[in-house]
Design a protein around this ligand. Sequence first.
Ligand code: SF4
Ligand code: SF4
Ligand code: FES
Length: 353
Amino acid sequence: MFDMKLNDKTVQAKKGETILDVASRAGVKIPTLCHDDRLDPMGSCRMCLVDVTGQRRLEPACAFKVREGMEIQTESERITKHRQWLLSFYMADHALDEAGLPKERGVGNQLRDHVESYGSAATLPAINAPRESREDANPYIHFDPEACILCNRCVRYCDEVEAVSAITLAGRGSKTTIATADQIGLLDSTCEMCGGCIATCPTGAMTEKPSLESKISDEVITRTTCNFCGVGCQLNLHVTDDKVVRVTSPEPGETVNDGNLCIKGRFAYEFIHSEDRLTKPLIRGEDGKLHETDWDTAIRVVADGLKGVKKRHGADALGFISSSRCTGEENYLMQKLSRAAFITNNIHQCAAT
Ligand code: SF4
Ligand code: SF4
Ligand code: FES
């Protein structure tokens, strides 16, 4: 560890850390756009530029490594001016709302937050030709090129975290956009529909397609544990009018899944409100058809059936299979039922190898 100065205060840092690492630990907020703690720094958006004593130009806090004795200012008139001009350039190409702010879309629109905090220096004419918008016929991911600032976070996430490399920066100059290789569309690419590109996008250019009609400000958010497998990923359920309308991942670093989710955790929630869901137990009658019954009857029929098999063929004629969608406690109880109640070790769980 060594000492350095951050906004005139002495702070401790260690070799290899960036200015942003040290500032975050010290509780000093530096605005970012292309940065995500899970990704290698790229230093492309220039939002995080700060003043390093002795350096002629402002330096990117997310990529600039600290040294002993370094002196850094994260706020000054010069830095504010830089941020305002930068935001003006980003907004020149951006779809704005009536208040002149980047349109509200997606969860965690950092660009909008920064414009609200710093304002912009001027209204500039659009620099780029309008980017082509191609409908990607996949069911989950909507991409709006008008909101994309080409920060490359989605591409780097797909490559560095998911190791899938389904998307890339395609085209040149004003025609640059995010696309699959050869523009084949996500469904035909290696994309796993994890939606991590949506979660990392700082502008809402990538959003959840099934939730396009939903207004984030109307959504009530509840943190819960995903029950598709036993990993215990945390997720946020967004609810409007008693219906789950969106699922998002908590911020990276906050929970065990570090901001990541799989396709099931992020998108497989429509079953919650499906009319096909079984709400009552069913028993097959002598007519071969399934009939609704109450839980006491259903449990009695299953218990009698199991006891009958044991009596006629012995305990090892029985086998118990539990589910990775159950909690650890429920799986424990299932093996207790198998081993202690029916005296057989024929117990298995679908996630076991
Ligand atoms: S959904 Fe996941 S796999 Fe598909 S492009 Fe986005 S990050 Fe890559
Ligand atoms: S879609 Fe979002 S994350 Fe990807 S480059 Fe555009 S702004 Fe960045
Ligand atoms: S966040 Fe540092 S350059 Fe983008």
